[in-house]
Design a binder for this molecule. Sequence first.
Ligand code: HEC
Length: 111
Amino acid sequence: MKISSKITAVSLLFLLGSALGYAAPASENWENLCTKCHGADGKGLTKVGKKLSLKDYTDAKVQADLKDEDMAKVIVDGYKDKTGKEKMKAYSDLTPAEVQDLVAYIRKFKA
Ligand code: HEC
């Protein structure tokens, strides 16, 4: 009896958690999903980032040339080069709020 009510309580918590939807903060998403290429500092100077010749998000000119909508689109749809080869995967499982937060997070790299 005791055990089963514990199980009920735990599964209720899980249900509640998934109903609310878990949205990770931008710093966490950036760390887990993006730093491998773009770097923790947004400069894109990681091993992979250098190979892909990524933009430096601390560069004011780079930031000025970026549009929020385009950034969000790349995050959701991914990035393919001219030959159609995927260079950045689509993060389509992020919520719209998470995508917006990531865009805002990238904006803060500007020196
Ligand atoms: C496998 C390497 C890789 C990973 C991981 C990666 N990206 Fe990218 N990203 C790229 C490449 C390649 C480009 C295209 C070249 C560029 O714009 O510097 C790009 C472009 C972008 C752009 C578009 C900038 C523009 O020119 O409009 C944004 C925004 C962006 N990435 C954000 C993210 C975010 C946020 C994550 C994590 C959720 C992420 N990237 C993860 C490789 C990666």
